[in-house]
Structure formats: structure tokens, C-alpha cells
Design a protein around this ligand. Structure first.
Ligand code: V47
Length: 403
């Protein structure tokens, strides 16, 4: 059954998707503009199914944020996580403290550490190399996805060396992949407004190109829902697609929903206490899937958009769900009302509850575990923690108008 399309501009786009033809920038603009959300979702779903069938991946991961001290504290006005060194709430973990936090992996089936933080003015490359080496020694089977392109460039500046050299040293210490953060929106005008003095687009792309050349795959992101226009989004995605044509090094695209609490931008825009809309969250995953035809995976980030929206996103082109996380700081500082973590079973049930087949993966998307339909893990467990989470999430959804 094909849906009748209420927006005739989607018809030629549907024909291209059906024929496996690449979408143009104009097509992407139409996809962002349309209010025929269900047709857009159906197109993205068919493109995704062709690549990934009914499978949805997740990684049992743990986020670690070694420091929130950041030299861009006053210019990245969308960020609620950063602090100056002397500001209340500023922290910088010693290596032993990071290793102690990572010990949670001993009680969890963790397969990936996801490590990002602020641009600390004095933490040297040796700190990060020792951190990665130390984690690998203690948890040899856990992959390390660490440091955004912005952090890599900051370390190169501190060390008066090249970003390639920093990547080489970190790879030698055990770095497996790079996360996709720091991209925000590449357009110069948007960057000047929300992230002045942050690594410019060409340099963000260069660091990822270098990583890919060194055999370090990476992710890519776009932070949407602030001051950017549709044209800005399309240009951003086109730059990611061009690099991917060149290197094939991006594993996953993750659209990141802007959270406006406790940051200067949210106050200035009068947006505190609100969130991006479900419509925009779903459009962003669908357009990512349709336009980035050369990126195999699109991930929905439940800490930002809620587990409920993530389940729907699995029918709008996503084939990957953020994992267990363990302790999320960046979005919760910015007003995310989702739980800090999901248990392994909760992630599996989230995927299964959306009618999809969960597949636990490693950092390189190699399947690690699949689940038979009668696997006891699908039996809902009404643990006090699980029901408290669900209840808190529901209250927040209703409270923020997301439900
Ligand atoms: O670049 C910061 C975002 C990113 C806010 O690669 C905010 O798998 C919303 O790198 N509202 C860092 N977003 C996080 C990151 C990431 C996240 C998920 C998956 C992956 C991956 C990487 O967090 C930053 C920025 O875009 N961020 N502040 C905020 N107020």
C-alpha cells in the first residue's frame, strides 16, 4: 500500500528514492519544508529497510566526560555543560577518578566508552593518551570512541603540533573511533551566532578526513532547532555527504536536538523550558536518511528526544539507537528530562516495542548479540527503577508538550 501524498512536491522525490537516485539540495529543502510528515517518514523508512531490513542496532555504551572546563565557555552560547576553571560546578577528573568511574563497566555489559568533554586550557595530550591506554589495559574488550574534532584541534594547538599527529598518538594509545560532536551547523553566520571561535567547518571536516585516512572511522552530527535556516541544514548535510563520498569513513549520522535550558542562547531566544518539536525531530532523522545516501546508519539519541520519540524514529529511517549511556551530563545540564541511563534490557525492549529486531553491535557495527522472539529479555520488568523512569518521562512529556 502506498500512502496518498498530500504534498505533490514529494512525488518526484519518491520516484528518486524508489530508483535509488541521489537527492538534490532542492529535494532536501522540500523534505524539510513539507508538512506531509507521514509520506516523508515512509520514504525514509523504505530507504532504511533497503539497507538494514528490520534490524535496529544499539551499543552497550558508557559516556564519560573527564572535564567540563572549557575555553569556549563564553562563546558557545548553546552549551550548558561548560564552565570556566573557577566557576561553581567546574570539575576535572584525575586519571584515577576516570578509571574508577569506568569500573561501572565491570557490572555492565559495556562494549564502548564514549568520551567527550570541555577544551581544558591545561590538560595535555599525554593526559588523554594515558586515559585511553589505561582504559584499554583495564577493559581490553571495550572500544574507545573519544574526543570530537574540536578537542583534537585544541590539543594540537596546545601541543604546537598537527591534528594528524594528535590522532596518530591517540590511535597508538588505543583510540578506535571519533564521535561526531562539535559540528553544530557549519554555516559561518550560524557559527558566529552560536559557537563563535569554535573550529570552523573546513577544519572540522579536515580532522575527520585525517582520521579516516588513518583508519579511524567517525560519526557525524548536526545540532538543529536553534537559529539555523533550512538552507543552513541542507548545506551542512551536503558538506558531510561530500566528505563521505571522498573517504567513506563516517559510520553514523546523528541529528542532535538543541536543548535550551541553562544556556545563554536559550535565554536570549526566550526558549527556556521548551524543546524541539516531535515534527522537527522526526523530519531531521528522515532527511538525514534520505539525503545522506552514503552513510549506512542513522542514530536516534533517546536522551535528547525521549525514548518515545526514538521508537517512532525507528519508522522514520533510523536503524540505530543510543545505548545504555550509564551517566549522561551534556544534555541533562541543558534541561533534558529523560533518564540518565537505560538498562541493557530497557534498550532491547525499546527497540522490540517498536516492532524491530534488536541487534547489539560493537563500535564498528559488527553484530555481537541477536535475540530470539521468545527471549526472556522481552518480558517487561516492572522494577521500581524502570517504572519510576517511565513515570518521570511521562510527566515530563506531558509537562513539555511533547506527548
Ligand atoms: O557538539 C551541547 C551537543 C555535542 C547542547 O558520535 C547540545 O555517537 C543539545 O558528540 N543541546 C557533543 N545538544 C555530544 C556528541 C555526541 C552525542 C551523541 C552521540 C555521539 C556519537 C556524539 O552535544 C556537541 C553539541 O552539538 N550539545 N550542548 C545543548 N544545549
Amino acid at each position: 500500500m502506498t500512502l496518498p501524498m498530500s504534498d505533490p512536491r514529494l512525488v518526484p522525490i519518491a520516484q528518486k528514492v524508489e530508483a535509488g537516485e541521489r537527492l538534490s539540495r532542492d529535494d532536501a529543502r522540500v523534505c524539510f519544508e513539507t508538512s506531509d510528515l507521514l509520506s516523508l517518514g515512509a520514504l525514509a523508512d523504505s530507504a532504511n529497510r533497503r539497507k538494514n531490513g528490520n534490524q535496529v542496532f544499539f551499543a552497550a555504551n558508557q559516556h564519560i566526560n573527564p572535564t567540563n572546563v572549557c575555553v569556549l565557555r563564553h562563546t558557545c552560547v548553546f552549551c550548558s555543560f561548560a564552565r570556566t576553571a573557577k566557576e561553581e560546578g567546574a570539575y576535572t577528573r584525575s586519571l584515577d577518578e576516570v578509571f574508577a568511574e569506568a569500573e561501572a563497566a565491570a557490572d555492565n555489559p559495556t562494549r564502548e566508552f564514549h568520551i567527550v568533554g570541555g577544551l581544558h586550557p591545561r590538560l595535555r595530550l599525554s593526559y588523554y593518551a594515558d586515559l585511553i591506554r589505561g582504559l584499554k589495559e583495564r577493559h581490553p574488550d571495550v572500544h574507545v570512541k573519544a574526543l570530537t574534532a574540536v578537542e583534537i584541534a585544541h590539543l594540537a594547538r596546545i601541543e604546537r603540533t598537527t591534528t594528524r599527529r594528535v590522532l596518530e598518538e591517540l590511535k597508538a594509545a588505543g583510540l578506535d573511533t571519533l564521535p561526531g560532536g562539535g559540528a553544530e551547523v557549519f554555516g559561518a553566520a550560524v557559527r558566529a551566532t552560536i559557537a563563535d571561535r569554535k573550529l570552523v567547518a573546513e577544519d572540522w571536516l579536515r580532522v575527520h578526513r585525517e582520521a579516516h585516512e588513518l583508519g579511524i572511522p567517525s560519526n557525524c552530527t548536526m545540532l538543529y532547532g536553534h537559529v539555523e535556516t533550512i538552507q543552513d541544514r541542507v548545506e551542512h548535510l551536503a558538506m558531510l555527504r561530500d566528505l563521505q563520498d571522498e573517504t567513506r569513513g563516517f559510520l553514523t549520522y546523528i541529528p542532535l536536538a538543541y536543548h535550551p535550558d541553562h544556556n545563554e542562547l536559550g535565554r536570549e531566544l526566550g526558549r527556556e523550558g521548551t524543546a524541539t518539536t516531535g515534527m522537527d525531530d522526526l523530519k531531521n532523522v528522515a532527511v538525514g536518511r534520505l539525503f545522506l545516501d552514503n552513510v549506512a546508519h542513522v542514530k536516534t539519541h533517546w536522551p535528547m528526544v525521549t525514548a518515545f520519540v526514538s521508537q517512532v524514529a525507528l519508522h522514520f529511517g533510523c536503524d540505530d539507537v543510543e545505548g545504555t549511556v550509564v551517566y549522561e551530563r551534556v544534555y541533562h545540564e541543558a534541561g533534558a528530562h529523560t533518564p540518565m541511563a537505560l538498562s541493557y534490557g530497557d534498550v532491547v525492549r525499546l527497540i522490540r516495542g517498536a516492532g524491530k529486531e534488536p541487534v547489539e553491535r560493537d563500535s564498528f557495527y559488527r553484530p555481537v548479540r541477536q535475540f530470539a522472539p521468545d527471549d526472556p529479555i522481552f518480558t517487561p520488568v516492572a522494577t521500581p527503577a524502570a517504572s519510576a523512569h517511565a513515570e518521570a518521562e511521562l510527566v515530563q512529556l506531558v509537562g513539555t508538550g511533547r506527548a
